[in-house]
Design a protein around this ligand. Structure first.
Ligand SMILES: NC(=O)c1ccc[n+]([C@@H]2O[C@H](COP(=O)([O-])OP(=O)(O)OC[C@H]3O[C@@H](n4cnc5c(N)ncnc54)[C@H](O)[C@@H]3O)[C@@H](O)[C@H]2O)c1
Ligand SMILES: O=C(O)C(=O)C[C@@H](O)[C@H](O)[C@H](O)COP(=O)(O)O
Ligand SMILES: [Zn+2]
Length: 421
């Protein structure tokens, strides 16, 4: 296999013409979407981002599988909006023990009130350590006991763990059913609910079992963040910072001057951060849905991060915390290779620090542990490690296996010598 290499710069959205698929390729599933939602094409033609008061809408442009991302306050209670993305007459809401008491009743009544939709629910245990094949079975069991057929819609209500698991269950239940993302963490709003990467962890590695399966819509109710604990909130911001670094220098500079407001959850600032993040993710996914090259840039810092998460034990560090350190490691290596100015690395560390995100590796890590786990990374090709590194100006990166491995060793050594307390 060819070693893919992709430089990433902010790019325009591809024209509708360029991404229009031929009709004979449409599956039964997509045909169903067309039948039930004739209005979608119109929305796509109009605008990528149409502000309606405090509500806005973006589109993930994937031809006849395109879908909207709705951002607004109080959207959980908008029954008409939720039902627009439920195609059959049943829905299964998947959530966890923490989110259920906060938001499940509202979503169930929004979906069912004044409609003939039968709504079933399943409540999973909460935590990254339950993102497993074993726990996934709870979703299939519930769906089968409730006799849900292929026209059913799975609804993911929660953070990235619930979204990834529900999406994978939807991809595999009766070989694929529709699903809807209702993210309730920053991480899920700015990243995991968009783009269709679904799956579960394996003891040997993060997200090792999964599928690409796009939702029919992403509905972001910013009010739900009012109950999110600070640590989880900060974790999601790590991925917001990632977008600035891989393709949006202007966004990174905006973050530097607005981080204080973002961390106190000022509504306007938060909405701006969510919209810009979703816009960046939607553009990348539209251009490279299945990670042929460009999409790998969304993995900045993740090779290091996944090694940390797997090694320390799932859930010990939050995903965004591991990504934060991973980004610092990628920046450190980039500087050593002579690809990045040291002053940019310092700005990155200082921005991450300002949101109380870790910039040092956890105590349990060693060079050998990093090497062993990084050797299993999904981006590797023919045994060759490939990383996303920062190269050039702020906002530019490269996905490559072509770098001096001695410099990587040095980064691992230095970072493992300066562990966090
Ligand atoms: N598919 C993707 O593209 C993608 C992208 C980024 C991350 N991820 C995955 O997402 C997961 C991390 O997601 P996460 O950070 O959302 O973690 P999470 O899903 O574990 O949620 C974090 C915590 O917040 C709680 N919670 C959720 N919403 C809440 C709310 N509104 N109020 C109070 N508590 C709430 C959850 O119950 C949990 O305890 C990881 O498994 C990561 O691999 C996937
Ligand atoms: O959407 C993507 O593509 C990403 O890489 C987003 C990441 O933030 C996310 O953590 C994703 O789950 C990582 O995917 P993986 O393929 O490295 O497991
Ligand atoms: Zn991530």
């Amino acid at each position: 296999m060819r070693v893919a290499s992709a430089t990433s710069k902010r790019v325009g959205v591809p024209s509708l013409q360029a991404t229009k698929p031929s009709s004979f390729k449409r599956t039964f599933f997509n045909l169903r979407r067309q039948l039930y939602r004739p209005i979608r094409q119109e929305l796509r033609v109009h605008a990528l981002h149409a502000d309606v008061g405090l509500r806005s809408e973006l589109t993930v442009d994937l031809g006849d599988r395109s879908y909207p991302i709705h951002v607004g306050s109080g959207l959980l209670d908008d029954g008409a909006l939720l039902r627009e993305h439920v195609y059959g007459d049943t829905a299964l809401v998947v959530t966890n023990e923490t989110v259920a008491p906060l938001y499940l009743d509202r979503v169930v009544s929004a979906l069912s009130s004044g409609s003939a939709i039968r709504v079933e629910t399943v409540i999973l245990p909460d935590g990254e350590e339950y993102k497993t094949l074993e726990v996934l079975t709870m979703i299939y069991d519930k769906a089968l006991h409730a006799k849900l057929d292929r026209l059913t819609t799975f609804v993911a209500l929660g953070g990235g763990v619930i979204g990834d698991m529900t999406g994978f269950a939807a991809a595999s239940y009766q070989r694929g059913v529709n699903f809807l993302q209702i993210p309730t963490t920053v991480m899920a709003m700015v990243d995991s609910s968009v783009g269709g990467k679904t799956g579960v962890n394996h003891p040997a590695g993060k997200n090792m079992i999964g599928a690409f399966h796009q939702p029919s819509s992403v509905i972001i109710d910013t009010q739900t963040l009012k109950t999110l604990p600070d640590r989880e909130y900060a974790s999601g911001i790590a991925e917001v910072i990632k977008y600035g670094l891989i393709r949006d220098a202007e966004f990174f500079c905006w973050q530097e001057s607005h981080m204080d407001n973002l961390m106190i959850r000022d509504e306007r600032t938060l909405i701006h951060a969510i919209e810009h993040s979703c816009r960046n993710k939607a553009e990348v996914v539209s251009l490279d849905e299945k990670e042929g090259g460009l999409r790998a840039t969304l993995n900045l810092g993740h090779t290091f991060a996944h090694a940390i998460e797997t090694s320390i034990g799932y859930g010990e560090w939050l995903h965004g915390e591991a990504v934060s350190v991973g980004i610092v490691m990628a920046a450190d290596l980039s500087v050593r290779l002579g690809w990045l100015d040291c002053s940019i690395k310092d700005r990155i560390s200082s921005l991450l620090n300002s949101c109380s995100l870790p910039v040092k590796v956890p105590k349990c890590m060693s060079v050998e542990k990093f090497q062993a786990l990084m050797a299993l990374d999904k981006k590797n090709a023919n045994g060759k490690l490939r990383l996303i590194l920062l190269k050039g100006e702020l906002g530019e990166c490269i996905f490559t296996g072509d770098f001096d491995s001695k410099m990587l060793y040095k980064t691992l050594q230095v970072m493992c010598d300066e562990k966090s307390d």
